[in-house]
Write a protein that binds this ligand. Structure first.
Ligand code: NZQ
Ligand code: ZN
Length: 388
């Protein structure tokens, strides 16, 4: 049975080729001083930076630059960005980049007018925003996180060895996001497939929970089938517009709160992956890939009917003459084959994790109880060891 919910997603999406021109429509709705947030330089290489600056100038905006947002953005960088935005009196934030850039822009947006330490308030204490929020718009260049249409913001604190996500309310969602698949063509293959697995993981985190008959589970199965199909094509030919555009839109729907309505989610793969990220700074999607199969095998018995359904409806496993467990395991075996085929990282060792780090990573793992099984700390250690 669907739970009770309010569905509110205020992000306007401008999708498709040349959708960057929609910036001209959007900019007049927002302030005159724009904090232009971007990463380590990919947008300069691709030429996107020049196009964005040209449009900002044509719309009479003053630009305050905030470059160098790293993957897995840090609390130190957040403090630096807040100081820059305050000094420049930014009243609008334009994030041009991947999930890291957009997550960071959201964190800055709720911190400019906040008098407390943002890391402590939003990420350690998980408090709500009680100050003015500077609006954010985004131009997406890396597909995966769904940050373009949600309130998620994940920040890493290296001193404390913690990577924590705060899911803000709809007042922090980007006001608009521009999604042109062509701007994702320049992504290195490693990042591209990491993003593909991130999408898959978002869908699975929501799928592997609950025992009821739920609309979202059917939608998720459809999104997974579309993703698996298109990802295979994109790996062969990264410039296949049909595949890249389908994946871009799937990624947005995979984590724009829609399929989460009325049902719980598991999210332990993300908790494990984030803890690994806090220790290794590894690419988000790859951390998820490395822990997923050991984790799912660990909880398979508790969630058996759903793992069986996953095998049949997503991986086309023929159930005839097999036990439920055999069917479920065959589904995971198909998933493993697919992961290897698209080229994700299959273990934590390849991401720089050492056996000595396991206890610390286990301490940094937030244990949730909304999936099929609440892990003990010892089980977290077991899953991490099995992922090495
Ligand atoms: O920094 P630049 O030079 O732009 O390079 C980036 C970066 O090195 C590069 N890149 C991005 N677009 C490109 C490109 N290179 C060439 N051409 C392009 N078009 O790709 C690298 C990765 O970018 P990044 O933004 O770090 O990746 P992603 O989008 O996967 O974001 C990862 C962050 O998002 C968080 C993760 O934890 C991680 O911190 N997440 C956010 C979520 C949310 N908001 O809901 C949910 C996710 O589960 C995730 O936790
Ligand atoms: Zn993710």
């Amino acid at each position: 049975m669907l739970g009770t919910f309010t569905y509110d997603n205020p992000t306007r999406i401008h999708f498709g080729e040349n959708s960057l021109q929609a910036l001209n429509q959007e900019l007049p709705n927002f302030g005159d001083t724009v904090l232009l947030v971007y990463g380590g330089g990919s947008i300069k290489k691709s030429g996107l930076y020049d196009k964005v600056v040209e449009i900002l100038k044509a719309n009479g905006k003053t630009i305050v630059e905030d470059a160098g947002v790293m993957s897995n953005p840090t609390s130190d960088k957040l403090n630096e960005g807040v100081a820059r935005a305050r000094a420049g009196k930014a009243d609008f934030i334009l994030a041009v980049g991947g999930g890291s850039v957009i997550d960071y822009a959201k964190a800055v947006s709720v911190s400019i007018h906040c008098e407390e330490d943002p890391w402590e308030k939003y990420f350690e204490r998980m408090e709500d925003v009680d100050c003015e929020i500077v609006p954010v718009g985004s131009v997406l260049t890396m597909v995966g996180t769904g940050s373009e249409m949600n309130g998620g913001s994940v920040i890493t604190n290296h001193d404390k060895k913690l990577k924590i996500g705060h899911v803000f309310g709809s007042n922090v969602f980007p006001k608009f996001s521009i999604l042109d698949p062509i701007y994702t063509y320049t992504l290195p293959k490693y990042q591209m497939v990491a993003g593909f697995f991130d999408i898959m993981s978002h869908l699975l985190e929501q799928y592997f929970s609950g025992t009821d008959d739920n609309t979202s589970d059917y939608v998720i199965e459809g999104l997974l089938r579309s993703l698996i199909h298109s990802a295979r094509i994109a790996v062969e030919n990264p410039k296949d517009y049909e595949a890249r555009s389908n994946i871009m839109w799937t990624a947005t729907w995979a984590l724009n709160t829609f399929t989460h309505m009325g049902k719980p989610g598991d999210w332990m793969v993300h908790m494990l992956g984030q803890a690994v990220g806090a220790y290794t700074d590894a690419t988000h999607g790859m951390t998820l890939a490395a822990v997923s199969l050991p984790y799912y095998k660990h909880i398979l018995k508790e969630g058996l009917p759903k793992f069986k359904r996953y095998a049949i409806n997503v991986w086309n496993v023929d159930p005839a003459g097999k036990s439920d467990e055999e069917i479920a395991l065959e589904g995971l075996a198909e998933m493993e084959k697919y992961m290897k085929e698209i080229g994700v990282v299959m273990n934590l060792t390849d991401l720089g994790t050492t056996p000595e780090m396991i206890e610390g990573i286990a301490d940094a793992t937030f244990i949730l109880d909304s999936g099929y099984k609440k892990l003990t700390r010892d089980e977290v250690v077991d899953v991490l060891k099995a992922s090495l």
